[in-house]
Each structure stands twice: as structure tokens, then as C-alpha cells.
Write a protein that binds this ligand. Structure first.
Ligand code: SF4
Length: 330
């Protein structure tokens, strides 16, 4: 029987799953995913995790609990950096240790470090180490990695063309409600796990679509454009997420097809509190565009989310209908 490798459906699952799936399958293992996030997964994760952790990390714990007894290995890579001279949030680096120290009866963890801060070539080194859990055939591992990169490239290409990761991963496709009102284009800035886990964001994407809005994300912007815009900051951003969020937002501010911007923020996230403030100031200075911050934590309620989304979309539509009748002086 195939060796089973468990992947928690959380954090960077929403970015790298196509790469990981192809890689492990090419090494003749069976990939097992945890279930979609539920309140049970959140409760178990919250109980097992330290109280100070952010919601996405607590949910990751819950996914580990959900899957740990069904697999031979658990894939919890130690992400340090995914781009040159930039870092990922330190919680990613400490994740395998945090998990080991707080959850009992775990299968062996594959906790290889992914650190591309100095060179992208470290990715192949990490792949060789991960592959060595299953085979000694180095050529086979290299080939598996090549195919995995191809799968990731195809996935990323679809995202750059405007698809959402969950539409590709779950094979659901854009169902934007048709209405008499014009279609709105809403830019959502946020970590992939906040944007795509419909439990965390209380089905935000579907709610916006039902209100006749299509979603644009920061991942849809080409890397060179992001870098060019991020360079306008007086100092290089330390965090990968920060420079991507800033660089992409600046790009969208130059375009005329964005009707409103939502920043989806994790309560207790140091990176978000810094990046959100920076982006908000820049938006307010640059353009008169509706902007809202939605903060997510385990106590966020459906009703609060619904009301804020509804008010945001209604306000944008109201402006389009009545703007010309409102005095420039208020
Ligand atoms: S970047 Fe923020 S939301 Fe993401 S894991 Fe780190 S603290 Fe949590």
C-alpha cells in the first residue's frame, strides 16, 4: 500500500498545494488532505494552541488534529523565506516545533526548512531532503520536483489570469450573481489563508459574488510589477507578504477598474498591523476609493461580517448612482 502523506488544509496549502501534490504523488505516495475547516477543527486547534497565536495558526493546529491519525507522515515544512532577502512570518518557522510540543501521538513530521533568502537554488536542496523520506533515487526526486514546478506554474498562470485559488483547487467556477446593477471589481488584500478559507472569512467571496462583485487579489499581479512598485518604498520591506501586498496595491491604484478595496486582517498579526496601516495611508493619499478593513478572529460573527460587506457594497453603488448630485464640499 502507498505511504500516506498528510497535508493540513491550512496556511500555505492555498498557495503550494498543486506543487506539493504533484511532488509527493510522483514519489508514489498518497496525499491525504484534512477536511474543510469547521467549528470543530477551530475548537480543537484553539484548545491545543497557545492563546496568543493568530487565528490561521490555531486553525492549522485543528487541521493537524483532524488528519494526524490517518497518515504515515505529516508535512509541516519550516518556512523561513520564499524570496531573496525577505522573510516569512516567524510563526511559520516555529510551526513544526510548536506542533511537536503541543500535540501528542503525531506521525513523523516532514519539517524540512524552506529558506530562499539567499538563493532560489535552496528550493531544490529542500526538495531533495523531503524526497529522501521516500526514496534514495536522486534522479527520481529531481524529476518529481521538475513536474511539481510545472504544476505550480500552471496553477500560478491561472491565478495571474484572474482566477481564484479555490476555484482552481475546488474546481468551482465564478458564479457572480447577475443583476441590473453594474458588475463591481473588489480588490481583496490579505494572506491567502484568510482569503480562501471560507470558514475563516465567513464565506466572504461567495457573499461578494452574490452581491454582483468579482474579486481581484494581490496574487494576480506579475512579480516584476510588484517588485518595481515595492521599490518606491524608502526602505526595502523585510516581509515577503508586505512587499507583495504593497507592490500589488500600488499597481491597482494606477488602474481605473477597481471599485473598492478590502483589507482582510488577522487579529493579533504583527505583519498585518504594520502593512495594513502603511497601505491604508498610501490609499488615502493617492485615490478617493472606498476602503474597508475587516478583522478576523475566532470571535468574529457572521452577522457583523454580513452587515459590513453589505454596507460597503451598497455605499459603492450609492456613490456611482448619486455622486454627481453631491456637492464637492459635502
Ligand atoms: S503572518 Fe500573521 S496571520 Fe500569518 S501566520 Fe503570521 S501572525 Fe498569523
Amino acid at each position: 500500500m502507498d505511504v500516506k502523506v498528510g497535508i493540513p488544509r491550512a496556511l500555505f496549502y492555498y498557495r503550494y498545494y498543486p506543487l506539493w501534490k504533484t511532488f509527493f504523488e510522483e514519489l508514489n505516495t498518497q496525499v491525504v488532505l484534512s477536511d474543510d475547516t469547521t467549528s470543530k477543527i477551530l475548537d480543537e486547534g484553539t484548545k491545543a494552541c497557545v492563546a496568543e497565536a493568530c487565528l490561521p495558526v490555531k486553525i492549522f493546529y485543528g487541521h493537524v488534529m483532524n488528519i494526524k491519525d490517518k497518515v504515515d507522515y505529516l508535512f509541516v515544512p519550516r518556512f523561513t523565506s520564499i524570496s531573496k532577502k525577505e522573510y516569512i512570518c516567524p510563526k511559520f518557522g516555529g510551526l513544526p516545533d510548536m506542533i511537536r510540543n503541543s500535540i501528542k501521538n503525531l506521525p513523523p513530521l516532514i519539517d524540512t526548512e524552506i529558506n530562499l533568502r539567499k538563493s532560489k537554488k535552496n528550493a531544490i536542496k529542500a526538495a531533495m531532503e523531503i524526497g529522501s523520506f521516500f526514496t534514495e533515487d536522486k534522479r527520481k526526486i529531481k524529476n518529481a520536483y521538475k513536474k511539481a514546478l510545472k504544476s505550480f506554474g500552471e496553477f500560478d498562470e491561472k491565478i495571474k489570469k484572474g482566477m481564484l485559488a479555490t476555484d482552481i483547487l475546488d474546481r468551482k467556477f465564478n458564479v457572480i450573481k447577475k443583476s441590473n446593477e453594474p458588475l463591481l471589481n473588489i480588490l481583496v488584500i490579505g494572506h491567502v489563508y484568510n482569503l480562501y478559507d471560507s470558514f475563516i472569512n465567513m464565506d466572504m467571496i461567495e457573499k461578494l459574488r452574490k452581491k454582483g462583485a468579482q474579486i481581484t487579489t494581490i496574487d494576480m499581479v506579475e512579480e516584476d510589477i510588484i517588485r518595481k512598485n515595492a521599490c518606491t518604498l524608502p526602505k526595502r520591506m523585510f516581509w515577503n507578504f508586505g512587499s507583495r501586498a504593497f507592490g500589488s496595491t500600488m499597481h491597482f491604484l494606477e488602474r481605473e477598474d477597481i471599485d473598492g478595496i478590502i483589507y482582510l486582517m488577522s487579529f493579533g498579526c504583527g505583519i498585518d498591523s504594520f502593512v495594513c496601516d502603511l497601505i491604508e495611508r498610501k490609499i488615502r493619499k493617492t485615490k478617493d476609493i472606498p476602503f474597508i478593513i475587516l478583522t478576523l478572529d475566532e470571535h468574529s460573527g457572521q452577522a457583523g461580517m454580513d452587515t459590513r460587506l453589505e454596507a460597503f457594497i451598497d455605499m459603492i453603488r450609492w456613490r456611482y448612482r448619486n455622486e454627481d448630485n453631491v456637492s464637492a464640499y459635502g
